[in-house]
Design a protein around this ligand. Structure first.
Ligand SMILES: Cc1ncc(COP(=O)(O)O)c(C=O)c1O
Length: 367
């Protein structure tokens, strides 16, 4: 048996929706884009959703719409995909990395508090693997210190924190629709959610080359070509309809893994839902000091694995070079990044596939 690490869905209905948009709509910022935004905002409980070309673009525009500029320091975890900070490094803002909590791999609020300095302007908590960060504590610190909080919800579409949905837990939320995410748009895409009319307006103008509202040739803000294509939005509408069911299936798969892998070898399993957090298991990530051995073994068995993330952002070669960061700065992050290994997780993973993956993991530990 072969079990992939992820398996993006593309149904005939989604293909037809894209074809209809290609035939009948403006190719960018067509009707489907606005319908997709409306549906996405509703799902998050946010006043606005602004569709863009990627999650990275979403983070960049959300920060800039809040007035973040060159020289400002932005605090983020280094245990994330590099795009979390790539979103602002090119326009001259400086990353201030903080460590994560060992229990759920999200930003450690105590470390955040200690890391805020006079240059700090914004905080980006990352809802890693689909598990929401400690938003109450993070928002409290932001309020005390007058900082902007932008959720990196690129892995957390539909995740719930104390009854509220990811993307509606801070000043703005940013999502990615990269194909392996919990929902996609048949290519790259992203979304910004916010309850702030001015932020929404700035994001809408910046994604569209900085055009003045209602004008084709007048530009009153520096902007970018970060629009979402109409065909992608049409796919997104259909994917969004499926999201609640898919997230439920991911949670059911995660529960099976949890029950079957508990107590196996030296494995540390990811957090399950609690009264406060309903995660969406973008990834199902195990931890073991033997992760390279386990990877080699599972590779040989046809089981897809991921090392998310093998290198924390601050230790990526370009970040070392630009900011002089080195080992030892973020002990928890660095230890986690030496041990994490993601096993297959997608909405349509079958019980047989889960059993096979578990059998292979058990076989590895029985040797
Ligand atoms: C945590 C996180 N942040 C940001 C991004 C960037 O999204 P994109 O690849 O759509 O630019 C991703 C996904 O790739 C991500 O997983």
């Amino acid at each position: 048996m072969k079990v992939p690490i992820a398996s993006p869905v593309m149904t005939e209905k989604m293909i037809e929706a894209a074809a209809a948009a290609l035939r009948n709509e403006r190719l960018t910022l067509g009707e489907s884009v606005f319908k997709f935004e409306e549906a996405f905002a509703k799902m998050c409980g946010s006043r606005h959703a602004i569709a863009v070309s990627s999650g990275t673009a979403a983070l960049q525009l959300a920060l800039q719409a809040h007035g973040v500029k060159a020289g400002d320091r932005i605090i983020a975890p280094a245990m994330s995909f590099v795009a979390t900070t790539n979103a602002f490094v090119p326009f001259g803002s400086v990353p201030g990395f903080v460590d994560v909590l060992e229990k759920d791999y999200t930003m450690d609020p105590a470390k955040l508090k200690a890391a805020v300095d006079t240059k700090t302007k914004a905080i980006i908590p990352v809802h890693l693997y689909g598990h929401i960060a400690a938003m109450d504590e993070i928002n409290d610190i932001a309020k005390e210190t007058n900082l902007v909080v932008i959720e990196d919800a690129c892995q957390a579409h539909g995740a719930v924190y104390k009854g509220r949905i990811a993307g509606n837990l801070a000043n703005a939320g940013c999502f990615s629709f990269y194909p392996t995410k919990n929902m996609h748009v048949g290519g790259d895409g992203g979304m910004i959610t916010t309850n702030d009319d001015k932020v929404a307006d700035a994001c809408q103008r910046m994604r569209h080359c900085g055009r003045k509202k209602g004008s084709n040739y007048e530009h009153d803000i520096i902007g970018y070509t970060y629009r979402l294509n109409s065909a992608n939005a049409a796919v997104g509408i259909e994917q969004l309809r499926m999201l609640p069911e898919w997230n439920q299936k991911r949670r059911a798969a995660a529960k099976m893994y949890d029950q079957m892998l508990k107590g196996v070898g030296d494995l540390v399993l990811p957090p399950q839902p609690t009264d406060e957090v309903t995660p969406v298991f973008h990834l199902f990530t195990l931890r073991t000091p033997r992760r390279y051995e386990l990877k080699t073994f599972l590779d040989g068995k046809g089981v897809g694995v991921g090392l998310n993330y093998e290198i924390p952002i601050h230790l990526q070669p370009i970040y070392r070079q630009m900011y002089g960061s080195r080992e030892g700065m973020l002990p928890v992050t660095e230890r986690m990044c030496k041990e994490v290994i993601a096993i297959p997780m997608f909405a349509d993973i079958s019980a047989e596939q889960i059993k096979y993956v578990v059998e292979c993991v058990k076989e590895f530990y029985s040797k």
